[in-house]
Design a protein around this ligand. Structure first.
Ligand code: NAI
Ligand code: MG
Length: 342
């Protein structure tokens, strides 16, 4: 029986996770859960460590983890997020960040042209290197002569494995996005790995765009894209853009995946939203669609499809939270999706 670790986390994390779990429970599948509800900012403040070695061992024993959100204004700086999110990402080598963006309902699209609203793409973002490795430093910090340096790291292993995963995920087309016209070294490596990998996939339509053009094209015609593969920082930005085109931050789901082990950390794209925490207004759809991604990968694709259909039904009937134009709270919106499912 698949064992799923659950990390509700901070802010709205526990509120949206509760709805995702209620939905999974209601499906009556052979899933069991190990809830780590002490992995949060309170524990970090009290002990200096939110994710212990024992927690990590429990997570390793499971088949996947469902996370709410990590982040709290009381723990400023990046140390807490690094302690939890980046530790999981690096120790479990979750090198592929997979973010689908599928328009939930026509009224949610910000685009004028009705023929171009139906975004249905996936952004595969490299998740372990690039600009976010914290390699760099500052000369003369704090002075008017300061020089600050953040190094962008691309390795042959890192680039080729995420490209391979993107190509394996696609059925139609893959577009590789880089900035090789201005970032020469990493750009050359991405281009070389892309050429090598696509040579073996003549069945797919493959293309390349510079990141600035890709952002423009995503806005002017998102229907032109199927799978996009790109580095850590470009993927961060393009996937938020795609999320906005699909229904907004509250609806966006993701998984941080190691395709070799099959282990995934499933989480909504949004953060802990301290501004609305505890008010029963957070949209639970991002967490629920993340649970659907989990279902797909632990052997329940039919249930995953049914969950997606139920979400679309609830949104179509405006049985949803205020960010999608509805009047329901978090709990009632979760209930509406469960009702649509049955
Ligand atoms: P955020 O995603 O938490 O919130 C941005 C805005 O969107 C806020 O106005 C919020 O109210 C709204 N929002 C977010 N999720 C929503 C939902 N489900 N329903 C309705 N409205 C929603 O991003 P922000 O404010 O930049 O970060 C807050 C905290 O979350 C910070 O500590 C940050 O580090 C952390 N964070 C954690 C992430 C994670 O756990 N993977 C990802 C992003 C941020
Ligand atoms: Mg982001």
């Amino acid at each position: 029986m698949p064992l799923i670790t659950v990390i509700p986390g901070d802010g709205i994390g526990p509120e949206v996770t509760e709805q995702a779990l209620a939905l999974l429970d209601g499906l009556g599948l052979d899933l069991s859960f190990d809830v780590l509800d002490h992995v949060n900012a309170g524990t970090f403040l009290a002990t200096g460590c939110a994710l212990s070695d024992d927690d990590l061992a429990r997570i390793r024993r499971s088949d996947g983890a469902l996370l709410g959100a990590i982040g709290d204004a009381r723990v400023a700086g990046t140390r807490y997020a690094r302690d939890v999110l980046l530790r999981l990402r690096f120790e479990l080598d979750l090198y592929a960040n997979y973010r689908p963006a599928q328009l939930l309902h026509d009224r949610l699209s910000p685009l004028r042209d009705p023929d171009r609203r139906a975004i249905d793409c996936v952004i595969v973002r490299e998740n372990t290197e690039g600009l976010y490795t914290d390699i760099g430093g500052a000369l003369r910090p704090g002075s008017t002569a300061e020089v600050a340096i953040d190094t962008e790291v691309s390795t042959h292993l890192g680039v080729s494995r995420v490209i391979d995963f993107a190509l394996a995920s696609a059925t139609r087309a893959v577009c590789m996005v880089d900035k090789s016209n201005a970032v020469p070294n990493g750009g050359r490596l991405w281009q070389q790995c892309w050429l090598d990998a696509t040579a073996a996939r003549p069945d797919l339509a493959t293309s390349h765009l510079y990141v600035d053009v890709a952002a423009m094209r995503l806005l002017s015609d998102p229907t032109a894209f199927d799978v996009i593969v790109t580095n850590n920082s470009y993927g961060d930005i393009l996937s938020d853009l795609a999320a906005e085109l699909a229904g907004g931050l509250g609806t966006s789901a993701s998984v941080n995946l190691n395709p070799q082990t099959g282990f995934g950390l499933y989480e909504p794209v949004h953060g802990s939203a301290p501004d609305i925490a505890g008010t029963d207004t957070a949209n639970p759809i991002g967490a629920i669609l993340s649970a659907a991604l989990l279902l797909e990968r632990v052997g329940h694709p039919a249930e995953a499809a049914a969950v997606r259909t139920a979400v679309r039904m609830a949104v179509a009937e405006v049985r949803c939270t205020a960010d999608l134009g509805g009047r329901l709270g978090t709990k009632a919106a979760g209930e509406a999706i469960r009702a649509a499912l049955h």
